[in-house]
Design a protein around this ligand. Structure first.
Ligand SMILES: Cc1ncc(COP(=O)(O)O)c(C=O)c1O
Length: 399
């Protein structure tokens, strides 16, 4: 018998890990357990399956036995395809500046690991998908937030407030545009001002541009304004992207990042110690997406634009709803009467109305009072959801 007494040793993870916020969207989903018929609009993904030509490319690769480790930075043909794609959209981007990752969230973690250490100050613009705020904290950094403002124009950035927060002791700015959850899109002028300020002060920028193709500006514009359009490839900018949104590949876990060449070798080491590489047959599917996916992405964006307008028009008719139509991503983030505690409201909506929305507070305190609705789905489903919300609001007497 060992005389080891387990109760005398407390088994807990690091404090920084314990202090991470858990997902409030999951908390709402858990409240829906046992509710038989929930319409889920809470997660950031389409209800449509990945297009067949991409699935076939992966199946073919598996059939050929493409089941081995690859280069840490991705297979050369995929990096070449990405180099052509990114260069076409945003100007010359050689293969040496590109790394394939296990989706956007892994790219965000790698980006943070590249430039952030314990005690560093990071600034993030919120409301924001929580991963960008929590990831630097895992590494022991502190994260200050600068909130977008909400008004007649929807969500807008107070540029002076952001620049004032980007002090000389700031290591990194994490910025996501088009933005999850608000759909806010940073303008070219704002990007220029931020880039120039960060150059002057010596601050890294991690630009999360995973929604760049889900942009509803002028039909001639294929992407939202990107930091890559105005920056050199060799400055302190890391751009994160993903196959999840433009080609409906959320479950595949494939993404990429654009980094200065001076980082590429060290990034390879980090990939080795995190995941070693993205799955090889998934990378083959990525080549099919980049090489043949343009017509698909264009028709997806047209469908999303129509869904956005359809949902916004339907919601605008409801009492207690204040909705603005944003220019990017795939969410409406709207103010809802009775959502002062949006987490509790969303739990009630799922329990009592069978409607799955994400609480605004999941995206930071600035999101309180709002709820997020992902409109990447069949319009009939959107209509059914709006009907449920209307009935709920009527029952609780919203006005
Ligand atoms: C702002 C933002 N960045 C990154 C991601 C990461 O997506 P993935 O890891 O599927 O590429 C998401 C997913 O919803 C997101 O909303």
């Amino acid at each position: 018998m060992s005389d080891f007494d387990p109760s005398s040793s407390i088994s807990l993870p690091r404090e920084a890990v314990r202090a991470l916020r858990s997902s409030q969207i999951r908390e709402v989903a858990n409240a829906g357990f046992g509710v038989p018929d929930v319409l889920p609009f809470w997660f950031g993904e389409s209800d449509r399956v990945t297009p067949p030509f991409i699935r076939e490319a992966a199946a073919e690769a598996l059939g050929r036995g493409d089941t081995f480790y690859t280069h840490n930075l991705g297979i050369a043909p995929l990096r070449e395809s990405l180099a052509r794609y990114v260069s076409e959209l945003h100007g010359a981007t050689p293969l040496d500046n590109l790394a394939v990752t296990s989706a956007g969230v892994n790219a965000l973690m790698l980006a943070a690991q590249l430039v952030v250490g314990a005690g560093d100050r990071v600034v993030a613009v919120t409301p924001l998908w929580p991963n960008l705020v929590e990831i630097p904290k895992i590494l022991g950094a502190t994260v200050e937030t600068v909130s977008l403002s909400y008004g007649e124009q929807g969500w807008t950035l107070d540029l002076d407030r952001l620049l004032a927060a980007l002090t000389p002791d700031t290591r990194l700015l994490m910025i996501n545009s088009p933005n999850n959850p608000t759909g806010w899109v940073m303008t070219r002028d704002q990007q220029r001002a931020v880039l120039e300020h960060c150059r002057r002060v010596g601050i890294w920028i991690v630009a999360d541009e995973v929604y760049e193709r889900l942009y509803y500006g002028d039909a001639s514009e294929r992407t939202a304004p990107s930091f890559l359009d105005i920056a050199s490839r060799e400055e302190r900018l890391i751009c994160v992207n993903s196959f999840s949104k433009a080609w409906l590949m959320t479950g595949w876990r494939l993404g990429w990042m654009v980094v200065p060449r001076t980082l590429t070798d060290d990034l390879g080491k980090l990939v080795e110690y995190n995941t070693s590489c993205a799955p090889s047959f998934v990378q083959q599917a990525g080549i099919a997406a980049v090489e043949h996916g343009e017509p698909f992405t264009r028709s997806l964006v047209a469908d999303l634009r129509a869904s956005r307008d359809h949902l916004a028009a339907a919601l605008a008719k409801l009492p207690g709803v204040d909705v603005k139509v944003p220019h990017g991503a795939m969410y409406l983030f709207f103010r809802l009467a009775g959502a002062q505690n949006s987490l509790e409201l969303c739990k009630a909506l799922v329990r009592d109305a069978g409607l799955g929305l994400a609480p605004g507070s999941a995206f930071g305190p600035q999101g309180e009072g709002f709820v997020r609705w992902c409109y990447a789905c069949d319009p009939a489903r959107l209509d059914a959801g709006v009907e449920r919300l209307a009935r709920y609001l009527e029952a609780v007497g919203a006005h």
